[in-house]
Design a protein around this ligand. Structure first.
Ligand code: PLP
Length: 394
């Protein structure tokens, strides 16, 4: 009998975390690695949010919390959905979790039966495919390219649907492509789904506020999609709170109650102090974190500008999140500094070893022609990293 379950043996390691570990190893050897692989803001959590947490400690918020979150936090989430997304939810439709990642893990566990297909427009966030597989579901990858700004077209969605299709999962703004679906584009996808009323949509909106297009739209805004869309969000990205581990969903009551039941057996309620801090984060207007979004936009422009000057990097113009996802297939089959580049994984490793810059292989996001470059780093680090890349490939 094997020690480890097939479940864990067959699971891929998170590529972003694997790259971070490799970069750490090289740093320990004394190499000056610039990390552009991680998906977290390089800002500190704003003081007004930290103060709320400190107050919560003094106020003795030290007991177990309700499994699906403090009622005051649910109030703040309900108001946030109304204020920012014109979405109306009641308390029983909200579940607070230990990060949006747990929200997604709950959803996969409560919605997928063996053989159910989940449509994932590629590139998708690293964990989607493995969460689906972990629950005996089948990820159905729909490849997209720069030509459609890495967005799935209605025709592609239609073609991917089978009698076994259970769900559509996507993020907008998208990690890793930075693409943002407009209201019209979402409506066109919704029109296809109209013909398939049993398909559930999981709309991951964790990068909602890091959006330079001036427009954020939610699938659940459409009256005819509301009853079968789960909106996932959290505070990790826009509020620079990755370590606080709070995410949440708003969705159909039956699904929310199932997530509550699942969480009740696995982790119980999310961290009490973090929940109190998030009440403040969500009550305060998003304009309080606008300075970070402004800085991300400056960096996005900087990265695009510098990449434009390096041969063989083709990009879309990302409208949100903090990543650029260039197609680097120009280099496949070439030999650089004695190393043959066959795919994006080789190229990403080449950049780590020869330019001392950590990026992530796009294969982990379902697109093996690209690499992901995170610009959650200072302008100086970005300039230095792209200068090194340019020298390494020339
Ligand atoms: C698209 C997407 N969804 C969800 C998450 C998970 O966020 P959290 O830190 O809230 O678990 C991430 C984090 O990288 C993400 O990029």
């Amino acid at each position: 009998m094997n020690l480890l379950s097939d479940r864990i043996v067959n699971m891929s390691t998170s590529a972003t975390l694997a790259m971070a570990a490799k970069a750490r190893e090289l740093r320990a050897e004394g190499k000056d690695i610039i990390g552009l692989s991680l998906g977290e803001p390089d800002f500190n959590t704003p003081d007004y949010i930290k103060d709320a947490a400190i107050q919560a400690i003094h106020d003795n918020y030290s007991s177990y919390t309700p499994v699906d979150g403090y009622v005051e936090l649910k109030d703040a989430i309900i108001n946030k959905f109304k204020r920012d997304n014109s979405l109306k939810y009641t308390h029983s439709q909200i579940v607070v979790s230990t990060g949006a990642k747990q929200s997604l893990a709950n959803l996969a566990a409560v919605l997928i039966n063996k053989g159910d297909e989940v449509i994932l427009p590629c590139p998708y966030w690293v964990s989607y495919a493995d969460l689906v597989k972990l629950n005996d579901g089948v990820p159905v990858e729909v490849p997209t390219t720069i030509a459609t700004d890495f967005k799935m077209t209605p025709e592609q969605l239609e073609a991917a649907i089978t009698p076994n299709t259970k769900m559509l999962w996507y993020s907008s703004p998208c990690n890793p492509s930075g693409s943002v679906y407009s209201k019209e584009e979402l409506r066109a996808l919704a029109d296809v789904l109209q013909k398939h009323p049993n398909i559930i949509v999981v709309s991951d909106e964790i990068y909602e506020h890091i959006n330079f297009s001036g427009e954020h739209s939610s699938m659940a805004e459409f009256e005819d999609m509301y009853e079968r869309t789960v909106t996932v969000n959290g505070v990790s990205k826009a509020f620079a709170m990755t370590g606080w581990r709070i995410g949440y969903i708003g969705g159909p009551e039956k699904i929310a109650r199932a997530c509550n039941k699942m969480q009740g057996q696995i982790t119980s309620g999310a961290n009490s102090i973090a929940q109190r801090a998030v009440i403040t984060a969500l009550i305060e207007p998003p304009s309080r974190v606008q300075f970070m979004i402004d800085e991300f936009k400056i960096r996005r422009d900087l990265v695009l500008d510098l990449l434009n000057d390096i041969e063989g990097f083709k990009t879309n113009i990302p409208e949100g999140a903090f990543y650029v996802f260039p197609n680097v297939s120009y280099y496949f089959g070439k030999t650089l500094k004695g190393k043959t580049i066959n795919n994006a994984s080789d190229f990403s490793l080449f950049l780590l070893e020869e330019a001392l810059v950590a990026t992530v292989d796009g294969g982990a996001f379902g697109n093996p022609d690209c690499i992901r470059i995170s610009y959650a780093a200072s302008q100086d680090q970005i300039k230095e990293a792209l200068t090194r890349i340019k020298i390494a490939v020339s």
